[in-house]
Structures are given as structure tokens and as C-alpha cells.
Ligand binder design. Sequence first.
Ligand code: SF4
Ligand code: SF4
Length: 127
Amino acid sequence: MEPTHIVIRTEDNRIFYDMPELSPCNGCGACCRTMRVSFYQGELDSLPGGFVPTHLTTQVSPFIACMKGTEKGGQPCIALQPDLRCAIYSQRPSTCREFPAYLEDGSPNPRCQELRARLGLNAPPPG
Ligand code: SF4
Ligand code: SF4
């Protein structure tokens, strides 16, 4: 059976989530369509060790960048494709990696459910 999600603990004790092919995120993108997706500029591929495509981002302060389109919130991220999948999944910023459909214990993320409900989407099935 396919796992609900893959939990990755980073060296600096953050928790990142990868979603499998079959997941409630496919065909959703509610978070990518509504949230401001900002992150530390060290993640930009224009800087050593960075990985997020810089040309898809906007500098919002001396140290913070955000995904184009999400500067004010309420508008879709530039990397969200028409099929509601992320065009840069393996290069997405930490902000996206830290926002899961399910929490580490498998329970639904209430914030995810709230965003889905705002767009008229059902709550994700149990994890
Ligand atoms: S709102 Fe939830 S289900 Fe939808 S893409 Fe984001 S994390 Fe996935
Ligand atoms: S980078 Fe990808 S996962 Fe992150 S908000 Fe944009 S479309 Fe969504």
C-alpha cells in the first residue's frame, strides 16, 4: 500500500513532508493558490547550496524571497500548473515542504482542511 506521506527530519530539526503520487494534494493546490509562500533567500538557486529557481521568485525583503504570484496571498503560485501540480516539486521551497495534508501522526492538518473548505473541496480522507 502506498504511504500517506513521507516524513523527513532535517539536520536542523525541521520536518518536511513529501507526498506520494496518490494523495489528496493532486488536484487540490489550495495552499499553493491562497498562501504567501515566503522563505529564506538562502534557498534560491542563485546562491551557493540553493535549489529554488530564482526566476520564479520575488525578493520581498533583504533576506526573504517568495514565490511569484503569492506576494500578497490569495493568488496562485507561478509554479502551480493547470493540472494543479507543482512544476518544481523537487525544487520547491521549505515553506511548501513543511505544509502537509497530514501531520506527522497521520491526523489531518487542520489548516489544510480549512484552505480546502474555502475552495469548496472536501476534507482529505483519513491518513
Ligand atoms: S491544501 Fe492540503 S491537500 Fe491541498 S495541496 Fe495543500 S497540503 Fe495538499
Ligand atoms: S512551489 Fe510548488 S508546492 Fe510550493 S506553492 Fe508553488 S506550486 Fe505549490
